[in-house]
Design a protein around this ligand. Structure first.
Ligand SMILES: CC(C)(COP(=O)(O)OP(=O)(O)OC[C@H]1O[C@@H](n2cnc3c(N)ncnc32)[C@H](O)[C@@H]1OP(=O)(O)O)[C@@H](O)C(=O)NCCC(=O)NCCS
Length: 385
């Protein structure tokens, strides 16, 4: 029987910070038992969202559980042309102290967060998890009726600080100003699933390092009247390592095999100058490439060029805080995987689950369209990584 001696209340920065950080350190997440170091700011993963909330579960003056949520407006309609913006709530950072599990604490936290979502007019709640995290999947899918929504691929590329990639000489890469980036995103990605209506806030955030476009030399460049080259690609970069670091408790078998094979090749063929693989057991930061867009039959090459450019930018910066470059692609963009440099054995699928919240007066007719196979690209918001 669940004896609910705990209370759920809002997080209070001054008095709860140390306990929440300690709880985060004690909770290993998923198969890789990853642990997040929020570097003194436990709400760093939500504070860049338009609205956010952190709830804690307290028992006898001890914090035994925590959950975070953020709210924003996104495109969420599978119709062509898309017509609806929806208010969505993202659930993240759910942790319950190991000795207090299976007592209904996570359930109470999720329920309270959903109530906060509903009171703010949220139509859909969603969460992302490692597809091997059975506790989390059972909790959300069986108990709270979330349904599997999308399975984007998380692609990981280690940074080689001793090697710069060669970028084909017929590719031009240019940085675009924030205003230009916003107009390109609204025009070309504005109908992408989960495209955030406040894209300008993401682009203007200090963590966003910039937006770059690539096109072939000689192909007409970006004209003043909105012309674009026949083939072009675009992406932006977000510095996640600035706000939190990750540490793995247990490397998945694939990762161990990869590391072993890698050091063997490095020993036998030092001339290849393989990158030093990051020590995943030490806290490491990463850059996240977001808002990847491409157009034209040869634009895959441009995406590759941009990814190499980002790698070289990190390698030249000597900012050894950033050990890996990560991106996440889903929906129609799955074919892009072939053009994005990544290590297969380090990469993994993500599982997104969603649920329509029943708000009075809310149109939940999206429900049917949401379960369709993805027909459009998926925008992965760097604030939610
Ligand atoms: C996932 C987690 C938050 C669950 O917390 P909890 O307080 O134990 O969850 P609850 O007691 O509310 O469990 C509710 C239901 O979820 C499911 N569930 C919870 N833990 C489970 C487990 N280890 N295995 C299978 N099902 C589980 C069960 O259906 C459970 O109902 P039951 O106890 O009546 O069978 C906790 O295990 C945790 O902190 N894990 C590490 C961090 C993590 O993985 N977070 C999720 C990231 S998305």
């Amino acid at each position: 029987m669940n004896v609910k001696k705990f209370i759920i209340r809002s997080y209070e920065g001054q008095s709860d910070r140390v306990q929440v950080e300690d709880l985060e350190r004690r909770c290993k997440v998923g198969q890789s038992e990853s642990v997040l170091d929020t570097m003194g700011d436990p709400i760093c993963r939500i504070r860049n969202s338009p609205m956010y909330m952190m709830l804690v579960a307290e028992q006898n003056n001890e914090l035994v559980g925590v959950i975070q949520g953020s709210i924003k407006m996104v495109i969420l309609n599978n119709h062509e042309p898309p017509k609806d913006l929806a208010k969505v709530g993202y659930v993240l950072g759910l942790r319950v102290a190991p000795h207090y599990r299976r007592k209904g604490i996570a359930s109470s936290l999720v329920q309270k967060l959903e109530e906060w979502f509903s009171s703010n007019g949220v139509e859909y709640a969603y969460m992302a998890t490692d597809k091997e995290n059975h506790a989390s999947i059972t909790l959300f899918m069986d108990k709270f009726c979330y349904t599997k929504f999308r399975t984007p691929a998380i692609l990981i590329n280690p940074v080689n600080y001793h090697h710069l990639f060669r970028i084909s000489s017929n590719i031009e890469i240019a940085r675009v100003k924030i205003e230009k980036a916003e107009s390109l995103y609204r025009r070309f990605m504005g109908s992408t699933e989960f495209f955030p209506s406040d894209i300008e806030n993401i682009l203007r955030n200090n963590l966003s390092l910039g937006t770059w476009v690539a096109y072939f030399k000689g192909d007409d460049s970006f004209g003043p009247n909105g012309q674009v080259p026949n083939n072009w690609a675009m992406l932006s970069v977000w510095n996640s390592g600035e706000i939190f670091k990750l540490r793995l408790g247990k490397a998945p078998l694939s990762c161990l095999l990869f590391t072993k094979g890698w050091s063997l090749i490095d020993k036998m063929l030092p001339c290849l100058k393989l990158p030093n693989l990051p020590d995943f057991f030490d806290p490491f930061g990463f850059y996240f490439m977001y808002g990847m867009y491409h157009e034209g039959p040869f634009s895959g090459k441009l995406v590759r060029g941009l990814c190499k450019f980002v790698h070289n930018m990190v390698a030249k910066s000597k900012d050894e805080n950033c050990k890996i470059i990560v991106t996440e692609v889903g929906g129609r963009d799955h074919e892009l995987i072939h053009h994005i440099p990544h290590q297969k054995l380090l990469s993994c699928p993500d599982l997104w689950c969603i649920k329509a919240l029943k708000n009075e007066g809310t149109n939940t007719s999206h429900e049917l369209t949401l379960t369709n196979t993805p027909s459009r690209s998926l925008f992965v918001d760097p604030r939610e990584v």
